[in-house]
Design a binder for this molecule. Structure first.
Ligand code: HEM
Length: 741
């Protein structure tokens, strides 16, 4: 599915960012360990001895008969020994992931609230590495499971590494880090069977959710479309925990960190996510790699929500409680920078697998808060990395800061650094490597007054758990509500123990009676007759994904990197095919030709070689499909698989385009009551529920596409619908249920 395969084209990251690479401090920093095998390179042992035969083990042999292999073959033993030890422990959580390098550019100084150079110096470009992940699955699990996604950013700042180790959901299941082993044990495969892999749809996960009312808000997010993102590139990222910022005057504010994608926040639909799990388990990994390799670099705006210390106690929730958002109506997000991912890794293992993030990695001008989840995290990451990577993991190229590192830490397994001299302690009589001073920019802990009893207790406000779950539900668009109902109905149906799904339905009745009743009906739990807690009716616009549509953020609609399948058979209309493919590709959509075979498909003197055949790809892997007109329709219309492509795309609310006789097959596949198609050959264009048809088939190729609501030309209307991602109205009006897919 990759459009450009590394090695066959110049890598976009290198071509476009070419000049910048020479000055990118992280690229330079990793250079000593980065090798590019050249034609003149030959196999040596790990100790540099050139090898002559690495295919046949040294053995006692007469040539006509096999004899015993000899232990003397040092290289054979080295090769096997290295292989035997290739695996390291996978991450205990977030084992499955992928990532890329990029840059962070600040466009507005936040010097009023922080002294951090990375957040005040607008002339800087800070190198970054980002790793996206799922939480529950093993390293080899599928990308599109329903789960929270990790969104961990390492900023290689001039004052040291700053890690924002966040998720695509702004809240968490638990309030106190001591509960982390419990929530993860309950979510991971059950201990007696190690089933199910990478799924929250089982007894223990939902039992935990019920037993911990604090998880109510978070499970609503996980059951929403956020749990099945279309792409890592289309996810928001949140620091989740409350941190602090400290300015030059020493004034401290509380802060939440936000990453907002500039191409919108979009999701799969559940049926599609399930199918992709089998059809392309690497779907998100491939998507990120392909976009970057083709020069369509994902970008996120970076924002901060600030709460002055003086206002910290004003709210009905505790601002240090990680199960709560800070509503944007109360704390507007101030966007001050932008992150772009523009370079794929050179090798997965040393860079993506060995990267080590930690919430404790902060730089001067940034501080922690007393958020009890954060305090535990600050301990946990470093600790787990010692067993996953070894105590010297900070020396690995991907983890190494771009600024100078010097101290009196020493030794440990696999120490690389060689520090000269006599002194490995402080203070020493030679005054060698003293601590820094404040004027030199040393990290200084904020002097915080603490007066309290020592006891196992969280603050009073930590005991309210339903208000924001209601706020989230109330703020959902109708299709988002429907998806939550469907998700909970799926998940709870997989719990065999009635106590699990029955009690959970009771919990839902505290959020919304409508939700509880819809789910109870599906999962066979007693139907709640009344809400067990009044719904406050409040909403917050920024909780719905639609709030982050590119147009809402002031960006033009875009189809860049959208995957479009063009379906052809022998006799397709080449002019229509070429016009549509050309126009969409010019707008940076990734177009793929799909035919009955990968060998040439003919069309009145012309021919194309499809990228895939109908069986090797499915509609699930594309954002849209287009069917040009031509004689091929008489054959294709009799093929169940082709009709299934169209029906499935319709069922998943995707934009479908057809011109000329192509309209006939679309009508044959989804000609249900409620749908209208272009009938006349005079250039009529019909856009019905995102199915855009033009029976006349004449496609005018003007200048650039004009993607706008109500666009009149076939191409403009078709592209605009693709830019909208999905047509959920189709689902809300019940049309998708009328089609078998
Ligand atoms: C606000 C809630 C949390 C968020 C947003 C979060 C996020 C993340 C992310 C994004 C990763 C993957 C890092 C990577 O890509 O390598 C991760 C890994 C991990 N998290 Fe968390 N986490 C949270 C809570 C916790 C808590 C409470 C603990 C423990 C007390 C914890 C322990 C871990 C551990 C042990 C790893 C594996 C790290 C490694 O092996 O390198 N997390 N977390």
């Amino acid at each position: 599915m990759q459009k450009a395969v590394a090695g066959t084209v110049q890598r976009a990251g290198e071509a476009v960012a070419g000049g910048a690479m020479a000055t990118n401090k992280k690229v330079q920093n990793m250079k000593p360990e980065t090798f590019d095998p050249s034609e003149s390179d030959r196999i040596t042992s790990d100790f540099g001895v050139l090898q002559h035969n690495t295919d046949v083990w040294l053995k006692a042999s007469t040539g006509d008969k096999q004899g015993p292999a000899l232990l003397e073959d040092n290289f054979a033993r080295e090769k096997i020994m290295r292989f035997d030890h290739e695996r390291i422990p996978e991450r205990v959580v977030h084992a499955r992931g992928s990532g890329a390098f990029g840059t962070f550019k600040l466009y507005e100084s936040a010097e009023d609230v922080t002294s951090a150079g990375v957040l005040t110096d607008t002339s800087r470009t800070t190198p970054v590495f980002v790793r996206f992940s799922t939480v529950l699955g093993s390293r080899g699990s599928s990308d599109t499971v329903r789960d929270v996604r990790g969104f961990a950013v390492k900023l290689y700042t001039e004052e040291g590494n700053w890690d924002i180790v966040g998720n695509d959901i702004p809240v968490f299941f638990i309030q106190d880090a001591i509960k982390f082993p419990d929530v993860i044990h309950a979510g991971k495969p059950e201990p007696q069977t190690e089933i199910p892999q990478a799924q929250s749809a089982h007894n223990n996960f939902w039992d935990f959710q019920y037993m911990h009312k604090e998880a109510t808000h978070m499970f609503m997010w996980a059951m929403s479309d956020r749990g099945i993102p279309r792409s890592f590139r289309m996810m928001q990222g949140f620091g989740v925990n409350t941190f602090t910022l400290i300015n030059k005057e020493g004034v401290r504010s509380f802060v939440k960190f936000h990453w907002t994608p500039t191409i919108g926040v979009h999701s799969l639909v559940w049926d599609e996510a399930l199918k992709i799990s089998g059809q392309d388990p690497d779907y998100h990994r491939r998507d990120l790699y392909t976009a970057i390799e083709n020069g369509v670099y994902p970008t996120w705006k970076f924002g901060i929500q600030i709460c002055p210390e003086s206002r910290a106690d004003e709210f009905d929730f505790d601002i240090l409680d990680a199960t709560k958002i800070w509503p944007e109506e109360v704390f507007p997000v101030r966007y001050i920078g932008e992150m772009e991912l523009n370079r794929n890794v050179d090798e997965f293992f040393p860079q993506i697998e060995q990267v080590a993030f930690c919430t404790a990695h902060i730089v001067p001008g940034i501080g922690f808060s007393d958020d009890p989840l954060l305090q535990g995290r600050n301990f946990s990451y470093f600790d787990t990395q010692i067993s996953r990577l070894g105590v010297n993991f900070q020396e690995l190229p991907v983890n190494r800061p771009v600024c100078p590192v010097m101290n009196h830490h020493r030794d440990g397994a696999l120490r690389h650094r060689i520090t000269k001299g006599q002194f490995n302690y402080w203070p020493n009589r030679g005054s060698v490597v003293p601590p820094g001073t404040i004027s030199e920019g040393a990290y200084v802990d904020y002097p915080q007054k603490v007066v309290a009893m020592k006891q196992r207790l969280n603050s009073v406000k930590f005991s309210e758990h339903v208000n924001q779950a209601q706020l989230f539900w109330n703020s959902m668009a109708p299709h988002e509500k429907l998806h939550i109902i469907k998700a909970l109905s799926f998940e709870l149906s997989k719990c065999e123990d009635p106590i699990v799904y029955e009690r959970l339905v009771e919990r839902l009745a505290e959020i919304s009676l409508e939700l509880a009743q819809a789910v109870s009906d599906k999962v066979g739990a007693p139907k709640p007759e009344q809400e067990s807690r009044p719904n406050h009716g409040k909403k917050s616009a920024a909780l719905s994904q639609g709030h982050f549509a590119p147009e809402a953020l002031g960006y033009q609609p875009t189809i860049a990197s959208r995957m479009v399948a063009i379906i052809v058979g022998d006799g397709f209309n080449f002019a229509e095919y070429e016009a549509v493919k050309g126009a969409l590709s010019a707008a940076n959509a990734f177009c793929f030709t799909i035919g009955p075979r990968k060998s040439e498909i003919k069309s009145s003197g012309k021919s194309v070689k499809p990228d895939h055949h109908f069986e090797s790809m499915r509609s699930t892997l594309f954002d849209s499909i287009y069917i040009p007109g031509g004689e091929h329709i008489t054959t294709l219309i009799k093929q169940g698989r082709v009709l299934h492509w169209i029906r499935e795309a319709f069922g998943h609310c995707k934009t479908i385009g057809a011109s000329g006789d192509g309209v006939k097959i679309v009508k044959a596949a989804i000609g249900i009551e409620g749908m209208r198609f272009s009938e006349s050959g005079d250039g009529e264009v019909v856009d019905c529920y995102g199915v855009v048809t033009s029976a006349g088939g004449k496609i005018s190729v003007g200048n650039a596409l004009k993607m706008a609501k109500g666009a009149k030309s076939f191409l403009d209307a078709y592209a605009y619908n693709i830019s909208l991602h999905r047509n959920y109205q189709r689902e809300l009006d019940g049309l998708t249920e009328l089609v078998a897919y």
